[in-house]
Design a binder for this molecule. Structure first.
Ligand SMILES: C[S@@+](CC[C@H](N)C(=O)[O-])C[C@H]1O[C@@H](n2cnc3c(N)ncnc32)[C@H](O)[C@@H]1O
Length: 226
């Protein structure tokens, strides 16, 4: 169910969306059964459009969970492409490894185990596509690493950036326990909008998406053609 769109629209779209292939469908059912948060169907279709337009060779994902979105994205890789995905939660890592093996994708998807804050500084550029789907309160920390890991012309997507719409509320109306995340996510959204190397749009689908294109300013402060 959507978090920041009107339910009747999401309900309608959910009834007419294409059904996933049997392997992904089984993973969707597994995720729902075990209450593992995976991407919504709206985010899935957005990723599919962008990936089929872009056909990336190297994808980085932060937040593997059971491997659902990695396995989905692997269908859109260019020839000899690869995915690096990061998770820190042992239960998820175990499930993801099992699912990646069942999908015969062990040579294509590399799962790095640990906190993305520690792993991102160790990675080598350049990735064509980065999907951020982990702890929202850390997005502002991940962002500078992701921008340097992304090649010019690459795409960065971050999920859940509107935090059930809470992001638009005044700080005083946000329950105390959510205020740190509220502040950090607002900083993240500010950073993606104002980053000199990014052109960004915030989309009200699912729980909110930041869609960013890495570009470069030339000496006259115009965007260079990629
Ligand atoms: C929403 S789930 C990812 C869902 C997955 N992308 C999908 O759609 O199939 C978020 C995952 O991010 C992981 N995670 C959260 N913060 C992290 C961090 N700082 N470093 C590594 N993994 C993190 C959690 O363990 C969890 O498995």
């Amino acid at each position: 169910m959507s978090e920041v769109t009107q339910d009747y629209i999401v309900d309608f779209l959910s009834t007419i969306q294409p059904i996933s292939n049997p392997f992904l469908l089984a993973l969707e059912e597994e995720a729902h059964r075990n209450r593992v948060p995976i991407i919504s169907f709206e985010v899935k279709s957005l990723l599919e459009v962008l990936l089929s337009m872009h056909q990336p060779k190297k994808i980085l994902e932060i937040g593997t969970a059971i491997g659902y979105s990695s396995i989905l994205m692997s269908q859109y890789l260019a020839k000899n492409g690869s995915i690096t995905t990061i998770d820190r939660y042992p239960f998820m890592i175990e499930q993801a490894k099992k699912n990646i093996a069942r999908a015969n994708l062990e040579d294509i998807i590399t799962l790095l185990e640990g906190d993305a804050e520690d792993i991102l500084p160790t990675l080598e550029p350049a990735f064509d596509f980065i999907f951020m789907d982990a702890a929202k309160a850390q997005y502002h920390v991940f962002l500078p690493y992701c921008v340097s890991l992304l090649r010019p012309g690459g795409i960065l997507i971050a999920d859940n950036v509107l935090n059930k719409g809470m992001i638009a509320q005044s700080r005083v109306d946000v329950p105390r326990r959510h205020r740190t995340t509220h502040k950090r996510l607002r900083n993240f959204i500010w950073d993606v909008y104002h980053h000199p190397e990014l052109k960004s749009s915030i989309l009200s689908i699912g729980d909110g998406i930041a869609l960013c294109h890495k570009t470069k300013l030339n000496e006259e402060n115009n965007y260079e053609k990629q």
